[in-house]
Design a protein. Structure first.
Length: 145
């Protein structure tokens, strides 16, 4: 694991244009676990006013990817290679909290679990669960961080 994992994650997140575009904010970063919060915005909803499933999946994918990235060597980059999502309830409320947690970190492949929670008035409820697989990428100039 890179001892500078937190700054590595923060620098990579800052370069991820989609997170900035949707207004996602990087939260807690621990070895093997990352949180991303997304404030509710009408522009991110589907026709019923719920945060769109694609947005929920995007934030969960990033939380899982960065959770995996915390355990990778300093010279590594991370790429998603597979995920499955279960949508459990409509994503409504003040914000969405996505938590990505490493289940098992391997040399090349890392398995992660993602959980998304709708937050409102100091309470939170589960709205999605993800199973994701991340790949450690080494030696590619076109894939950095």
């Amino acid at each position: 694991m890179d001892p500078a994992y937190e700054s590595k994650v923060r620098e990579s997140f800052a370069r991820q244009a989609v997170m900035g575009e949707i207004g996602a904010v990087l939260g807690r970063i621990e070895p093997g676990e990352v949180e991303i919060e997304l404030p509710y915005r009408a522009e991110l909803t589907q026709q019923h006013g719920f945060i769109h499933a694609g947005i929920v999946a995007t934030v969960l994918d990033s939380a899982c990817g960065y959770g995996a990235f915390t355990l990778m060597p300093a010279s590594a980059s991370v790429l998603s290679i597979e995920f499955k999502i279960n949508l459990l309830a409509p994503a409504t409320g003040d914000s969405l909290l996505a938590v990505g947690t490493v289940i098992r970190a391997g040399r090349t492949i890392t398995a992660c679990r993602g959980e998304a929670f709708a937050r409102s008035e100091g309470r939170q409820r589960p709205v999605a669960a993800m199973q994701a697989t991340m790949m450690t990428v080494l030696g590619r100039a076109d894939v950095k961080g």
